[in-house]
Design a protein. Structure first.
Length: 317
């Protein structure tokens, strides 16, 4: 269950950088901030969900499925709750209204990821014909789809994010299970075509795409990135990205407390006026801030790791 593949770790590192970078960009005042933010948000969380589901197939044949689920509670739900409480204190938010009724709010990804793993575990424990099982995995999506959008349960289960992200997890689950991912990664034509389709779609179709169309666009980006990280050594074996990829949970949980400290007027950081600096300078400052925040998160987790109980409560391990 703990098998690690270097280029997948590097991709996770790249994905967590995009998460932090995207949050650093929010609200920033310079010309390309909005389109750059939109670009990142077309695929970065679907990419994370896809990478999380890639090895979920191992749960099907594993013994002790409930034990596995208990570990996921400690790894995902406990940190989600603890850090949500800390975030509520930090931002003066209401835990019930801003967290519980909004499906985890800031930490929605952890809550949904646990739900998706739980679905895999429950379905794998039911004796069903293998030919029928793929259709069974559609039932949770259909159930949430027909849920009243104004209901309390819709808010708790984060309906819109569930519907959008669940397919990426299940697609990755089946690709990993059937080894189809290997064929995708070895096919140069498909990899390049997907990258081209993503760039064309982003450039000309983004504003007119539905949620479904946006999902297709994200799939093109994910397949293209898998191809790049698998076949380009300096990406797939990048030691910095690999290091970040091994501690994505810690970075994800802590980074919110740092991103809000960066002023929206980036010119003030450089002691200049907004009109006197270029967009490239602003992007560079955002990248530097993002890397600094990631390193601070890692340093914080290392310090906390000396207190084993505290580390388990905060980071689930």
């Amino acid at each position: 269950m703990n098998e690690r593949i270097v280029y997948i770790d590097s991709m996770k590192g790249f994905a967590i950088f995009l998460v932090v970078f995207g949050h650093v960009l929010q609200g920033k005042i310079f010309p390309v901030a909005v389109p750059l933010h939109e670009l990142i948000y077309t695929f970065h969380m679907p990419l994370f969900m896809f990478l999380s589901g890639l090895f979920a197939y191992k749960v099907e044949n594993a013994t002790g499925k409930l034990t596995f689920l208990k570990k996921k509670v400690l790894l995902l739900i406990v940190p989600c709750l603890v850090w949500s409480i800390l975030m509520c204190i930090y931002k003066k938010e209401n835990f019930l209204n801003d967290v519980v009724l909004r499906g985890g709010y800031h930490y929605w990804f952890l809550f949904l990821l646990f739900l998706f793993f739980a679905i895999i575990v429950v379905i794998s424990m039911v004796k069903i014909d293998r030919r029928v099982k793929p259709f069974i995995y559609l039932l949770p999506w259909l159930t949430i789809y027909f849920l009243d959008s104004d209901s309390i349960m819709s808010g708790i289960l984060n309906k819109n994010r569930f519907l959008y992200n669940y397919p990426f997890f299940v697609i990755a689950f089946y690709l990993g299970k059937n080894k189809g991912i290997i064929n995708i990664l070895s096919n140069w034509k498909l990899g390049i075509s997907c990258l081209a389709a993503y760039l064309i779609g982003y450039k000309f179709l983004l504003t007119s795409l539905s949620s479904f169309g946006g999902g297709i666009l994200a799939i093109f980006a994910i397949i293209g990135l898998l191809f790049l990280f698998k076949n380009i050594k300096w990406l797939g074996e990048n030691m910095i990205l690999k290091k970040w990829g091994n501690v994505t949970l810690e970075i994800y949980l802590v980074h919110y407390f740092f991103t809000g400290l960066i002023p929206n007027d980036l010119a003030s950081i450089m002691g200049a006026s907004l009109l006197s600096i270029s967009s490239m300078q602003c992007i560079f400052v955002c990248i530097v801030c993002s890397v600094a925040i990631i390193q601070l998160c890692i340093y914080f987790s290392i310090v906390i790791s000396e207190k084993k109980f505290l580390h388990k409560i905060l980071f689930g391990r």
